[in-house]
Write a protein that binds this ligand. Structure first.
Ligand code: FAD
Ligand code: MLT
Ligand code: ZN
Length: 475
């Protein structure tokens, strides 16, 4: 873009949102560098609108000048989808000033919230009114509901409440043309044609900008109890999951697995955390039961489950949290794994899903193949076993240069793992999305028919290819 045209464009942005909210100078790392520090981009500017009308005006200015837009929430995404490329021509549209909770409708069990609201703020607002907003992930202190919708985030309560998509009843969106679509109906039934909401959820900012959403809440359960158990194998963890479904039914709200090496990284980098058991067993599980009756009822169910599992041998040892603080501490161990992994150094992430029943065979087989092809590679396996979603991550061999390992081995490592995922009829991205990190892989692993339909949707909604171009779909 010629300098004069660029000045005119920035001047237009300043007129829309105010001088203070168009950032072009100083350290812009918070917006230009992704959470995993995989790629540093360069933004033309960071623009921070405060209202839906301002977002619409910004998008219209981008359309007029042919400027592409990268919507950004908390910038906690895992696949380099919310930061600009290195060209210096893309505008980062940060939604964080649009953070209001607009309405909470107790009778309708819904809350309408702006896209930039931090997930934890939304959880707390619902809790203050006696409701649970049942989306939970370790980044909840900084990720936003717009980013959660943009990625269709999963997290640790999907086994009971579903992904973000299942929690959304309506959206407000600024289209790629700068029009405002108001779809904040809060209706649970509405069969009036294509359900547009589902096009935007999980579209990673490639179709339009989500500015607000109407989300479901549930009444706060009378009790939530957490247990932490060590298990002799992944097969045993799957057996325990089956028992938990049978015993707890809809009361089972979380079921996470953690491999011994993943836990050892938490021990190493967060030694202040107390991890039950000594780390000699191959896997641990953290599970949560929610109960609308009473804590005593929940405890009886959980203890019945664990006693049966101990007798069966699918659990070796278990503790049940006695207080909220203890429950939080047990969950904190699980949530600290990605942070411990980041402390350990650059790593390769595989966010895969496979039918729960086939996960043990997948891991056995793939572990063996990796050990042979990449001697010393350290497997950091953990995740949402209740959803069949494993974070099958890889840390470079101990003492090696992680950057060099990624440069030389990431491609063949991904090829090995994703070919296995295909063999097991799984998905190469269960919950993190595609971004720019996985777009080549999407092109290889998604069917040509599905890719063709996706391209048609993109072309219809964003014919100028201004919305997060190069993310998800290859240009
Ligand atoms: P960003 O990172 O800013 O953006 C993510 C994508 O959404 C980008 O493509 C962006 O363009 C798009 N986007 C953002 N806002 C909008 C909008 N308003 N309109 C349209 N598009 C938009 N993810 C899980 O699914 N489950 C987990 O358990 C989980 N745990 C995590 C733990 C840690 C420690 C961290 C750092 C991340 C974790 N994540 C997890 C990944 C991440 O937090 C989620 O993907 C989250 O939903 C991203 O929200 P965000 O506001 O940070 O979005
Ligand atoms: C998690 O479940 O902890 C996340 O999705 C983050 C990660 O995979 O690193
Ligand atoms: Zn996850």
């Amino acid at each position: 873009m010629p300098p004069i045209a660029q000045d005119t464009f920035l001047h237009t942005l300043r007129a829309i949102v105010g001088d203070a909210h168009v950032l072009t100078e100083g350290d812009l790392s918070a917006w230009e560098l992704d959470w995993r520090k995989r790629q540093r981009g360069k933004a033309l500017a960071v623009v921070r609108p405060a209202t839906t009308e301002e977002v619409a005006a910004v998008i219209k200015a981008c359309v007029a000048s042919g400027i592409s837009v990268v919507p950004q929430g908390g910038n906690t995404g895992m696949v380099v989808g919310s930061t600009p490329d290195a060209s210096g021509t893309q505008l980062v549209l940060s939604l964080t000033r649009m953070n209001k909770i607009r309405t909470l409708d107790a009778a309708n069990l819904t809350v309408t919230v702006e896209a930039g609201c931090v997930l934890q703020t939304l959880q707390q607002a619902c809790e203050a009114q006696g409701f649970l907003f049942p989306l939970s992930l370790a980044a909840e202190g900084s990720c936003t509901i717009g980013g959660n919708l943009g990625t269709n985030a999963g997290g640790t309560q999907v086994v009971r409440y579903g992904n973000t998509r299942e929690l959304c009843l309506g959206l407000e969106v600024v289209t790629a043309q700068g029009e405002i679509w108001s779809g904040l109906t809060g209706l649970r039934k509405d069969n009036t044609g294509y359900d547009l909401r589902h096009l935007f959820i999980g579209s990673e900012g490639t179709l339009g900008v989500i500015t607000a959403a109407t989300m479901k809440m549930v009444p706060m359960p009378a009790a939530m109890l957490t247990a932490f158990a060590s298990v002799p194998s992944l097969d045993a963890a799957v057996e325990l999951l089956g028992l938990a479904h049978k015993t707890l039914s809809a009361g089972l709200t979380g079921f996470e697995v953690m491999g011994d090496f993943a836990l050892s990284l938490v021990r190493k980098h967060f030694p202040q955390q107390h991890i039950p058991f000594d780390g000699e067993d191959p896997y641990c599980v953290v599970l949560e039961v929610s109960d609308h009756d009473s804590e005593a009822h929940a405890r009886t169910l959980l203890e019945t489950l664990l006693e049966e599992a101990l007798q069966d041998g699918c659990v070796l040892d278990a503790v049940v949290a006695e207080s909220l603080a203890q429950a939080r501490a047990l969950w904190h161990i699980r949530e600290s794994i990605p942070l411990a992994q980041a402390q350990e150094g650059l790593n390769i992430k595989h966010d895969i899903s496979i039918a729960v029943s086939r996960i043990p065979d997948f891991v056995r087989e793939t572990d063996a193949q990796i050990a042979q092809a990449f001697p010393g590679a350290r497997m950091v396996a953990y995740g949402h076993l209740g959803d069949g979603n494993l974070h099958y991550n890889v840390q470079a061999p101990e003492g090696s240069d992680a950057e060099a390992f990624l440069r030389d081995q990431e491609k063949p490592m991904n090829a090995l793992v994703y070919d296995q995922v295909d063999r097991y009829n799984g998905s190469i991205s269960a919950e993190h999305g595609i971004g720019s990190l996985k777009r080549e892989k999407l092109a290889e692993h998604k069917s040509p028919v599905a890719l063709g339909l996706m391209r048609s949707i993109k072309q219809a909604l964003d014919p100028q290819n201004l919305m997060n171009p190069g993310r998800m779909l290859k240009p």
